[in-house]
Design a binder for this molecule. Sequence first.
Ligand code: SF4
Ligand code: SF4
Length: 806
Amino acid sequence: MTPFETADLQKLVNYNLIMADKDNTYSTNQIKKLSECHSSLGKNNQLAAPKLSRWKDLNQAIIDWWNNDAIEATSVKISEQNNFQFYDPIQKKILSELFTKFRELYPKKNVDFEFSFITKEATKQIMGEEYGITTHFTYEFTNGDYSEYIRLKTAHDPEPALIDRAIISKFQAENEEYITAALGKEELIDIDLVDNPDEIIEHYFKILEEYLTDRQKIKPGDYCNFCNMSSTCGQFPLVSEGKINNRVRQVKVSKTNLVKLNSCERRAAWNVQYGLPREDYVEFETESDATKFHNYAQKMLVNNSENLDERNIDNFNEVTSTEDQVTRDKLFKKYQGLISKLQEYSNLEIKDSEYQLGFTCIADGVDIKNGELVDKKVATVFMGKADLVARVNGVPLIIELKTRPEIPEDLLESQLYALGASRLLNEEEVIILHVYSLENSTQVKERRYAESELNSIKEKFESIAKKIGSWVPYNALSPKYNVGDWCGFCEFRNTCSEYRVSDGQKEVISLEEIIRKEKEELKRTKNELSNEKENLIKEHADLEEERREKLNEILLLEQKEREQTDKLNIKTKELTNVDKAISQRLDKKYIKNEKERLKKEIENIKKESKNSKTIKEKEQLRLRDIEEELKLKEPMLNNINNQLSPILVVSNLENDLLNLLKIVLKDAGYETHEKINELDEKLSIETRTWEGFRGKKEPNPFTDARYLIKLIEFSINNENHVPKLSHFKNLKNEFNDLRDVLNKEHHTSINPNHVRVVELGTVIIKVIKSILKTKHYSGETKDYIKEYSKKANSLVKPFKKSLAKN
Ligand code: SF4
Ligand code: SF4
């Protein structure tokens, strides 16, 4: 095997000997993010991070330079021109310096140079599929069988992550070097290998497996500051109208930079948007007493209500046991002050510490596209880390621990937390408590925020977001600077003063500004005029169109009117003709006949009305006569009634009974003697019993009530022979009683008395009632029967009364 073959083979082994499917491959950076918060690996929105663009452009400049065979000065110039042209002078200078440093560390040599997708990958089977974790290198220099893998780093801390080092350690081959080109430090640093790469890689695969099998909700922490998902993950809710999508530029502003922004925009912008290197960078800082106090207090109080009791104050000494006595005393004093102030809050529960709180605002802003300034929406995520997060009687309470006196910026901080907490927790009221633990005292400042205050805070931060949106990416000089006392503590004070304009420059700038504004004004006026012209032309065209439409309408109306007139003329003619035809048809004879007929009708009507009038008058007269007659006869009638003889009454009753029997037989179709005789004969022939029952035959049946009653009685028993009397079928007893009482009357020679009148009358009245009850009769017949009933009652009534008296 030739050395070339060995190197190539080795390369294969190193570069993904076991290559994972692309979709299942995660970079070490992604795995690191997953280890912090599963949600941080969502779909990225565009980040306003020119520092990242700066890194990309530096990389491209290096590649261009290396691959350019022109002389050094020319290739450098061309690379810089091509890749740094859009940057402002500060960033151009930074890029040029880093580019120079790289060229000094790696001057052009006759070696192979690789710059794309240089990786080493560890793989593992998870749920039956192969997954990979990949560490990336920026360049690879190869000289024969020797390879140098370079990680380009511009940050102050160039140390690769543990997982990168583990993968490198695992796949390291004999003829390979792994180097970090730390441009910030102007150093080439060998990457430290680890002794237990498998263990570390396994640990990270475990994290990946957890993510794949049991994805967790957001888990905020310090890393939120570096997370691309902060405006969409929900931890920093959107408070403005609008939507976050990939057409929105995003800027993250920490609480510290928010405070800086309050005094100087440039200082905040250089930190959050342009990532300019700080001049006060200190690699290692000893933990201050303030930090210690924060840490110990948080440790004591989170989820530990016992320690909120003043009686347990000494527990604090346990956690500070490793500190020297002076420090312990100082810290205890502060802690004591804090606990005593917290006594004012009953039902206090401290739930968390160092908790990320904030919100997102969207505002109109700008961006650079192909070197041109364009409008763009900008989402600003305002975020801060609250020292202690609590609830008091259910209301959110944020506690900020300060080891310095109150400053005006604390108000801004409290507003940031208040709006963030209210939106995150969906609460309408939030309390922010600043505790100032000073040398000899502890003071507190409590601020309560309700709906109206929270709305004003939102508006305030939206106007801050508008300022932030106006910072032009690539141009670190676009944010305004504001010189003041704070400059003494500014991390950019040298760079800033170097890039501040002198009075002379200021004048030129202000003239340029005036000209620019005038140009803009002219451009605006020109646009307005051109818009106005366009509007006028459009208006004119619209009016012309309207005129045409109206003309057409008028023409149509005229046409319609003409048509209507023609139609009217035709109809008038038709009408005249019709009139003529009608008058012709109505001849004289017809009219004469009609007249006569009408006259007759009128005369008849008149006659009728005269007749009816006469009749009416006659009737009225007759009625009057009757009434008078009645009046005259009434006393006589009473007298007669009183003097009625039982003989006459019995005779009357019998006479009326005969008439009643005739009526009911007539109704049944036996209205004459002949008809009754025919029936008699029929019954004699058809029944054997009739003649026996009847006795002697009556030649004039309608004169003998008892015969007629017998006939009816027999008919009741022989319904099929005399069906026409079948409606009497239930009156057998009544007729039988009637016949008995009549027989009694006829078989005695003694004149009837009151008792006999009542006896006969009662039986007759009962028969009449029963006949009416059959409901067989109607009309005149019924009226007659009723009349007879009335009469029978009136005849019998005086006798009943007289019997009752006696
Ligand atoms: S911002 Fe924080 S909480 Fe939100 S996804 Fe990123 S790391 Fe997670
Ligand atoms: S030095 Fe002063 S003016 Fe310049 S960025 Fe810093 S704070 Fe602003």
